[in-house]
Design a protein. Sequence first.
Length: 111
Amino acid sequence: MEFLNFGQVTGNRVTLNTTDPRHFTGSMNNVTGRLERENPTFADQMFEALNGVNRLQQEVNDLSVRMITDPNSIDVHDITIAIAKSNAALQITQAVVDRAIRAYQEVLNFR
């Protein structure tokens, strides 16, 4: 068993020694100090999903403005479908966030 020495610990950061090249994919960026990964991380995927929900909300807003300013340029069915997509995406996002918070609380209760 290997213990940490004082040189490995700075603040709340610990230097990780990799013992297998499969542990981390990518290389360390010298400018930002971040690990550049070949595969997207969970955080990257979550941000992309949230951006998708935001795009759907913006699309509904744009269609609503177009419907008010130029009612003949847009079909009512297009707005209805956009609203339904947006609401479904928002409900799914809310469910995922609620479940993540519940899981976090369960992890805290294990202590």
